[in-house]
Design a protein around this ligand. Structure first.
Ligand code: A3P
Ligand code: MG
Ligand code: MG
Length: 373
């Protein structure tokens, strides 16, 4: 039987190991620059503005149980977010400011984060869909059994713990600049204690950057910003803060697990959009917030450097650069109605790419006109 040039069964593989091959001079990563932003409101309606951005204001550690209000949680129900709203934001930018943004790869920051951590990932599978259109690869996430279980919480305790992260965000943020808070009884501070957590609400920043020769555009949810005196920095990213919760560290083993498995994700997530500072809330097993620590994103690689069985940011960045170079050679069928599946699964040795004719296109019809030639 004659083989077609691109049979559906073609599988391309990018081996992860030996990842020592990525241990060389670090590829250049340009400082990300915000190009636009948007918000989802409480009903998940999209607005091309910053109406849902919040200001950081430290929580009151005296009175901080992260389980409070769990019964009122309003949770966004679907699985991974398609990239439609990100593409709508790029189209809006083009229509209102005339800015035409060109990139080799467009996706959510969460997808870039998973890719950046892949050399050190031994047990978390993921699957993405990608469509090549007008020389740009658009990538979105597919839900797998493992990511669904993680998102929904596999046990009642896991579901509650999923709430803790959102509640921490609610307790650390206010709707007005911190300088406007006059006293501990300020209505903004009282209001945030009783806020009903609604995960539909998000503020997203869209930034452009490049990794080696790969021009990237990322959409990223941003937790809050710090209040600074004008003049404001030109790039709003410099004011952004990421909030994370984690278990208190009681011994050497806890420290190791935190640095090996959590810090790599904290670093990757924030580094990719050039976000400078992470505020970590340490909590006990009952969800009581015990302490806070500020971590500068750029200092994280040094915190783990040279330690046994750790990770190396240079390997992550060189890996991602070479993976993107390879991906851009492999993904060569420009077809808005089709997609490629990019997957990483047991035994976690390689990333696989397959072409799926006329299946799961990433772009909606309304995007084709705008991103067309
Ligand atoms: P923690 O990361 O503090 O546990 P983010 O930190 O990325 O802004 O996300 C905020 C919170 O959303 C997380 O807090 C966690 O509670 C929850 N969360 C994030 N990604 C999730 C996912 N894929 N599935 C379930 N919950 C998630
Ligand atoms: Mg967030
Ligand atoms: Mg956060």
């Amino acid at each position: 039987m004659e083989q077609s040039i691109h049979p559906d069964s073609n599988i391309y593989k990018f081996p992860i190991h030996p990842f020592k091959r990525f241990n060389k001079k670090c590829v250049e990563f340009k400082q990300p620059v915000e190009i636009t932003c948007f918000s989802y409101d409480e009903n998940r309606q999209l607005h091309m503005d910053d109406r849902e951005s919040r200001y950081y204001y430290p929580p009151n550690l005296e009175d901080c149980n992260l389980s409070v209000g769990y019964e009122n949680l309003i949770q966004k129900s679907e699985g991974p977010e398609p990239i439609h709203s990100l593409l709508d934001a790029l189209i809006h930018l083009n229509e209102t400011k005339g800015d035409e943004v060109k990139a080799d790869i467009v996706s959510w920051r969460g997808i870039f984060t998973k890719l950046l951590c892949t050399p050190y990932n031994r047990n978390e599978s993921w699957e993405f869909g990608a469509t090549l259109y007008n020389n740009t690869i658009f990538i979105e996430e597919h839900e797998t059994e493992q990511t669904r279980l993680y998102r929904e919480g596999s046990t009642p305790k896991a579901k509650l713990m999923g709430y803790w992260g959102y509640k921490f965000e609610a307790l650390c943020t206010i709707g007005v600049p911190a300088t406007e808070i006059q006293s501990p009884d300020d209505p903004e501070l009282l209001a945030r204690k009783n806020t009903i957590v609604n995960t539909n609400i998000q503020y997203c920043s869209v930034s452009k950057t490049s990794l080696g020769k790969n021009r990237l555009i990322m959409g990223a949810e941003v937790d809050c910003l710090i209040d600074v005196k004008p003049p404001y920095p030109e790039n709003p990213i410099n004011r952004y803060i990421e909030l994370k919760t984690t278990k208190i560290l009681k011994n050497e083993r806890d420290n190791f697990l935190f640095e090996r498995y959590k810090l790599i994700k904290f670093w990757a997530q924030s580094f990719l959009i050039g976000l400078p500072k992470i505020i970590v809330g340490f909590r006990d097993d009952d969800g009581n917030l015990c302490s806070l620590k500020e971590i500068k994103t750029l200092e994280i690689p040094r915190m783990v450097r040279g330690k046994d069985k750790m990770w190396d940011a240079v390997i992550c960045l060189n890996f991602l650069n070479e993976f993107f170079e390879w991906l851009r050679r492999v993904i060569d069928i420009e077809d808005a109605n089709s997609s490629y599946v990019i997957s990483f699964k047991e035994p976690y040795q390689e990333i696989e790419v397959t072409f799926c004719h006329n299946k799961n296109p990433v772009l909606a019809d309304r995007h084709l006109k705008s991103f067309g030639k």
